[in-house]
Design a protein around this ligand. Sequence first.
Ligand code: SAM
Length: 254
Amino acid sequence: MAGVQTVTGALWRRVQWWGSTCAKSAKPVKSRNATAMREYSRAGCGIRRRGRGSAGEEALGLARAEARRRGRSDIGFSVADAHALPFPDDTFDVVHAHQVLQHVGDPVLALREMRRVCRPGGIVAVRDSDYAAFTWFPEIPELDEWLDLYRRVARACGGEPDAGRRLLSWAHTAGFTDVSATSSTWCFATPEDRAWWGGMWAERVLKSDMARLALASGGATEGDLRRLSEGWRAWAGERDGWLSLLHGELICRV
Ligand SMILES: C[S@@+](CC[C@H](N)C(=O)[O-])C[C@H]1O[C@@H](n2cnc3c(N)ncnc32)[C@H](O)[C@@H]1O
């Protein structure tokens, strides 16, 4: 399906691990909604947006199909802006955003919204990468250039690519007082994982919002992007290729 990719294999297992961590933290809250939201968070975590246009609706099409496949008619899906959630106060037991706060213009406002729609006794759970802390081998200069370009473009779009280290401070500013902060990593070091992660970035640096904005802003030329793409392919083809990616995580009790 154009524009949307389902995460498979080892990465999916890592996403599921975080989903189950959130679910365990939510156990004291007993209601049908809690189960529904746990399932929702898993489905949402399994989809990555790429490209432009109706990707949100496209992603939800996949999520709805997956819910149908599992025979779950008690899960609702909708597209909304995290800064202004279209739900009444105290609606959900678990409110979860995975790799989202790094992209929003005002992550503190988004966290306040998540808290508003969460019932007393429930949890708000977030996890975001911290790009500056990504590390890899071998030392391929194009990957350093890619990181620098990605962080500049993400900030020019109003996001914060080094969100992981800031989550706790954002949560405190948003008014949360009972917060557990942890971190975790993903490691890409098998041929399958390298092909997935390296192949994804080799494509994204050529065809994505990032590529379009890098070109439009003069941050990179088409030749630069082709070079970065080749850098990712070279890394993916390395027998010794290894990459670790850091996330910040929060469980905020409401
Ligand atoms: C890196 S993707 C993460 C997708 C998925 N949660 C995952 O973990 O694979 C970032 C997501 O943030 C969403 N996003 C960006 N700004 C948003 C906003 N203001 N409100 C809601 N979602 C937003 C995008 O639509 C995109 O789906």
